[in-house]
Design a binder for this molecule. Structure first.
Ligand SMILES: Cc1cc2nc3c(=O)[nH]c(=O)nc-3n(C[C@H](O)[C@H](O)[C@H](O)COP(=O)(O)O)c2cc1C
Length: 540
């Protein structure tokens, strides 16, 4: 209620000064002032464009006021535009501009230091190209009937529950208009996902929401019902996510509302557990067999899994299981440790799992080495906001990118980092109806659509400058990184790229493969003997 305090005070001030003005004309001036403020507050409450103003009538203007002078204050006293917390102001501003369709050009010159270590760029060509369309697609799996033509930029998994009803509606409506997919997140398919009919990737986490029996185990009949819905284009088995891999979750009884219970297929008002590990399998081969079962039950829709890479021998075990069994996912989504979440313990957010670049390289290299790369498409997520990040991720081996927080910015998220306490000021990551009702679905759907469109246009222009016409043509030789004040390397020379089929012949000269490939097993996630022996050494 404190949100309305200033507005209420102005209304009270207006009434009081009007009353006093009956006795003395001097009170007309305060009445006028309070009148104007009350009118502005009313305007805030009634307008639909700015969620913040609806949620914080009058008060929000202080934010806009401070925002207006922020560049000056920051320039003189505080941080620079490139400080990542976790997204820099520059990154967010780009999404805001592209989603509002306002000018996204930069005046005067770059704020980046081209001589600083880690500075990256794409080399341009003497013969630039211009692709006719920016609607870049990648064909994923399935038979001709079920193959999915995915955009190269899509909405990463975020559940209804972590995001509000109106946020889900706006994301899905934007995805529908732009022809890209909207990943449901592990909270399954809610009624809000269905209203606008945008393409869905249905994510199945360890809680099997939307396809579980009363004891929380996988229920094939329930799975089939949802999976066969034509709006569901692909099935994604979630093994882990970058921000909190290996961490299960408990949705407390109080948060299990009727709507959430209905979407997830769980009882209302009872604690709901997402175990850390999947109860349906315990070996790499078992995981692939389960995934193959999902594919079959879905009628052959493209089916794959999402993972944040941890122990290399576990990933290698999965790759060996593909090679030995012939069960191959249609796609793998690689999530980096830099990924986001609604809430996770600090240690998990900051110190668990491989960042996206290393994880992507490992997955890509393994599939190339096994000659499986043409059968498995790779998606990648990890702080993608602008077209350069998309281009770099594709250059490193991905076929498409998913973005979660960039699409939250398109919805109006201001990085207040309150997703965990239900106080999201922009109505994006909250279940408080008083907050999320202020998020205007139509307006924000347009922003989601615009952000996607304008980013792909920028990607087309970037590729064109490099002499390319399609993202599939970009490779690690196109991206350069400064590694010291006097040395610049292309990604092609920085990373070791395994040759097609190399793993079938010998173990590549690559440290991780040398250390773990030989001993990794398709029938066990356990650490190889040599690793276990290091552990044992402590006890002697
Ligand atoms: C609010 C929020 C909720 C998320 N929920 C899920 C989820 O249900 N399942 C999942 O696999 N990943 C989830 N993620 C992770 C994202 O899908 C994504 O993989 C990660 O944030 C990296 O993308 P980004 O850097 O573009 O945000 C969530 C992320 C956020 C920010």
């Amino acid at each position: 209620m404190s949100r309305y305090l200033l507005f209420a005070a102005c209304v009270a001030g207006l009434l009081l000064s009007l009353g006093l003005a009956l006795h003395s004309t001097v009170w007309i001036w305060p009445a006028l002032l309070f009148g104007v403020l009350t009118a502005v507050g009313l305007g805030d409450l009634l307008q639909r464009k700015a969620t913040l103003r609806r949620n914080y009538p009058l008060l929000a203007h202080f934010r806009y006021g401070f925002e207006a002078i922020r560049p000056e204050i920051r320039q003189y006293f505080i941080e620079d535009d490139l400080a990542e917390v976790p997204f820099s102001r520059e990154q967010r501003a780009l999404v805001y501009q592209r989603s509002k369709g306002v000018m996204d050009v930069v005046p005067f010159g770059s704020a980046h230091d081209p001589y600083g270590v880690d500075y990256e760029w794409i080399n341009h060509s003497m013969v630039p190209r211009h692709a006719e369309s920016h609607d870049f697609r990648v064909a994923i799996g399935g038979t001709a009937a079920t193959r999915y033509q995915a955009s190269v930029l899509n909405i990463s998994a975020m559940s209804f529950g972590s995001l509000s009803a109106n946020a889900i509606r706006a994301l899905n409506a934007g995805a529908r208009r732009g022809g890209f997919f909207h990943d449901t997140g592990e909270g399954s398919i809610s009624s809000y996902h269905r209203e606008h009919g945008g393409d869905l990737v249905w994510e199945i986490g360890s809680g099997y929401f939307g396809c579980r029996d009363d004891s929380g185990r996988f229920d094939a009949t329930r799975f089939k019902d949802n999976a066969c819905d034509p709006q569901v284009k692909m099935i994604e088995l979630k093994l882990s996510q970058g921000a909190k891999p290996g961490k299960g979750g408990m949705l407390p009884a109080a948060k299990v509302t009727e709507e959430i219970a209905k979407a997830r297929g769980i009882p209302v008002g009872k604690d709901c557990l997402s175990p850390a590990a999947h109860p349906e399998f315990s070996t790499p081969l078992g995981m692939l067999e389960f995934m193959a079962r999902l594919r079959e039950l879905s009628g052959g829709k493209p089916t794959g899994f999402k993972l944040a890479v941890g122990h290399p021998w576990e990933w290698f075990g999965v790759a060996k299981a593909m090679q030995e069994s012939g069960i191959v996912p249609d796609f793998i989504v690689v999530d980096g440790a830099e990924g986001g979440t609604g809430a996770a313990p600090a240690e998990f957010i900051n110190h668990v799992g491989l960042p996206m670049h290393e994880a992507l390289m490992l997955v890509h290299n393994t599939l190339v080495g096994l000659d499986l790369r043409d059968r498995v498409r790779i998606g990648a997520a990890g702080k993608v906001t602008g077209a350069f990040e998309v281009a770099r991720t594709l250059a490193m081996g991905a076929d498409w990118c998913n973005a979660a927080r960039a699409f939250m910015f398109a919805l109006g998220c201001i990085q207040s980092r309150t997703c965990h306490n239900d106080h999201c000021p922009t109505g994006v990551a909250t279940q408080d109806p008083k907050r999320w009702r202020a998020l205007d679905v139509e307006d924000k759907a347009t922003r989601v659509f615009n952000y996607h469109q304008n980013t792909l246009r920028a990607l087309r222009d970037l590729l064109g400058a490099a002499g390319l016409e399609h993202p599939s043509q970009i490779g690690p030789e196109h991206i350069l990184r400064r590694v010291s004040p006097t040395e610049v390397r292309s990604l092609a020379s920085l990373y070791r790229f395994v040759k097609p089929g190399e793993l079938l012949d010998h173990i590549p000269e690559h440290r991780v493969f040398q250390q773990f490939w030989a001993q990794s097993r398709s029938d066990s996630f356990h650490a190889p003997v040599r690793v276990a022996a290091m552990r044992e050494a402590k006890r002697h």
